[in-house]
Design a binder for this molecule. Sequence first.
Ligand SMILES: Cc1cc2nc3c(=O)[nH]c(=O)nc-3n(C[C@H](O)[C@H](O)[C@H](O)COP(=O)(O)OP(=O)(O)OC[C@H]3O[C@@H](n4cnc5c(N)ncnc54)[C@H](O)[C@@H]3O)c2cc1C
Length: 323
Amino acid sequence: MDGNEIWIFAECRDGKLDSSYSELLFAGRSIARQTQKKLYAVLLGTETEQAEERIRCLGADGVYVVRLTGKTFYTDNHISEALCRLAENKAPDIALFPASDLGRGAASRLAVFKKTGLTADCSALSVGPGGVVIWECPSADSGFARIVCEERRPQMATLLPGRFPKAEEIPSEPEIIREEINLKEDLVQVLEVKPVVSAPNLLSSAELIIGGGNGMGSKENFQALGRLAELMGGALGATRAAVDEGWAKQEQMIGQSGVHIAPKVYIACGISGYAQHMTGVSEDTCVIAINSDPEAPIFRYARYGIVGDAAQIVSAWLSRWEV
Ligand SMILES: Cc1cc2nc3c(=O)[nH]c(=O)nc-3n(C[C@H](O)[C@H](O)[C@H](O)COP(=O)(O)OP(=O)(O)OC[C@H]3O[C@@H](n4cnc5c(N)ncnc54)[C@H](O)[C@@H]3O)c2cc1C
């Protein structure tokens, strides 16, 4: 119970280490430097040899390699159960998770188990007096909140993808602590696993993205945005409000709970500019905003701004591009 460990949840997909590990490692190293604590990767699963090798190349002071037994298929319930059992007799001071489906599920269950606080969707962090981590995340208005967990341990957060640089690779010979956890019976029985075959999300690689929000006013206006994006050789994105209206698909949502984008140009049409949306847009992107309200927060992020009716402007642009 030395409270000297920083845990990094090493997410695996098909036995391979997920790229989120590198960003968590960057954040973890920065905390470790300031607190003199040790970094431990936590690797749970069945065939994790490849991921373990990769962790050795990237660097950590130690790795908990937890082999799961007793099941053919594993759900996030099982991973979370194993994580809590691993943490039963240990006292990590800090624990970092990716803000992925699995990371969010495991972090929230561990936080309940340890009766501590969890900061969701952290986009920046610093260390305050006494080694207290100050987590920064998008807040419910158009700003950012700073959250600390002073009394309970571990101090926990899920980190948004793309907000922390990837850690420099520093090969190491970490201390390897092997454990085996036999999982209990679960209410959920997985009978079969069928991989979802989906087209690659164009938003991740497009150089031009047109995003539509509530201010587009209707599904027809939103579809016009899609035509414009196609003609201009770009991709179409959306805010949560537009997804909730049924104008766009979930995978088109940009932001804290959606896709992180880094195009050269982002044309934001009828979008207010809430932090939860804008945190998904790279700081290097040139934002062009169209909004009827000159006071809309989106203009704080925009290099170029147009005050006006987005549907009318899009329709005028379309008539130019369609000739
Ligand atoms: C935990 C949490 C996570 C979230 N995650 C996300 C996320 O990942 N992505 C996301 O997008 N949101 C997310 N949200 C929601 C977010 O807070 C905002 O509610 C949302 O982004 C607002 O969408 P919007 O800008 O389309 O709508 P609104 O806020 O309703 O803004 C519409 C804008 O359109 C303008 N407008 C109106 N009429 C016109 C017109 N005719 N022409 C031009 N402009 C016009 C208005 O002035 C306004 O600025 C999250 C919220 C929470 C609490």
